[in-house]
Design a protein around this ligand. Sequence first.
Ligand SMILES: Nc1ncnc2c1ncn2[C@@H]1O[C@H](COP(=O)(O)OP(=O)(O)OP(=O)(O)O)[C@@H](O)[C@H]1O
Ligand SMILES: [Mg+2]
Length: 384
Amino acid sequence: MGAEVVVEGLTKSFGKQAIWRDVTLTLPPGEVSALLGPSGTGKSVFLKSMIGLLKPERGRCMINGVDIVTCSERQLYETRKLFGVLFQDGALFGSMNLYDNVAFPLREHTRKSESEVRRIVLEKLDLTGLNGAERKLPGEISGGMRKRAGLARALVLDPEIILVDEPDSGLDPVRTTYISQLFLDVNSQIDATFLIVTHNINLARTVPDNIGMLFRKELVMFGPREVLLTSEEPVVKQFLNGRMDGPIGMSEEKDSATMAAEQAMFEAGHHAGGVEDVRGVPPQMQPTPGMPERQGARRRTDRVMSILHSLPRAAQDSIIESMSPEEQQHYGVHAGGRPAPSQRPAPSPRPRSGNGERIEGRLDDESVARLPGSEPSGSERGRS
Ligand SMILES: Nc1ncnc2c1ncn2[C@@H]1O[C@H](COP(=O)(O)OP(=O)(O)OP(=O)(O)O)[C@@H](O)[C@H]1O
Ligand SMILES: [Mg+2]
């Protein structure tokens, strides 16, 4: 199973420029999470901080008991082996063919024989649909193939945590969906913990189990996908709809005068952009038929049901509606008529097959939802 990543009070600045402060979230093991946010809000900086390439000034990032922020070089080197990272452009070595690119981490970090390396490299190239391209140089293939090669390389060390920075950049919408499908298939096969940074609304709406958003130097929210996708927060709605009317401007944040002037313009009929009013929670993409069931998704249902009462109403309704009648019966809920929290039985774990130990994610209430309209479960600190 993938590792859990617990981020607490993480704060990063460059000189006088604060990037984000007090970021607290938990990536539940084996679940797929996404981080959204306008350009320049520090999403890439966040990923780099998680692998110790950048050092936040305050806070912790705990992985298997090691704090990435303060650990020794030796611990960092060891912990980094748990990660597979897909950088924005694939970050392939331009002078090496795809085979050598994908083999690189194995040759660098393990003592495997060349025949063992070959077996693994060909397996990952096959998984990512790059059969036959192993002798090509990165400059000789398309952007989509480079992404897939980057993913193949990210997978060779059997990572427990996979970080992906803007998988859709440079890809057409269809290829973006194929690579999304690949993430879910990989997740179902190796149960790794995923964090995907993206601007792509289709991907954000249909792929992750959990979604977070950075804005105004803070993590505005992080929690089950249904929370963000049903949110009435202006910044979230604007982002999901890709419109100009709202708090996000060309340079990250609008001041109130700009916002008022623009609002008047839109009310007078100027098109605010965006194609349609995107709302609601579309069905989540599933692994390709024939793939194993996603254990992360299974654990997520238990986890989300255990915190259901702390989520905003619309998110609760959407979670229940997305469940099968059997699941609704199992958890003692049904669409349109939830029992009151006091009457609701505590969810019991579903039976596990094989060695499938039941492990609940530990998203504390505070990192789940800090939204107007949510019903805080007691521990909310009055931050805006
Ligand atoms: N090594 C660095 N030194 C100084 N400033 C940096 C460094 N890396 C990033 N920054 C600054 O941090 C801010 C956040 O950058 P980052 O690349 O994380 O944004 P982002 O959210 O990933 O944006 P985008 O969506 O455009 O990729 C930017 O203002 C950037 O200039
Ligand atoms: Mg970035």
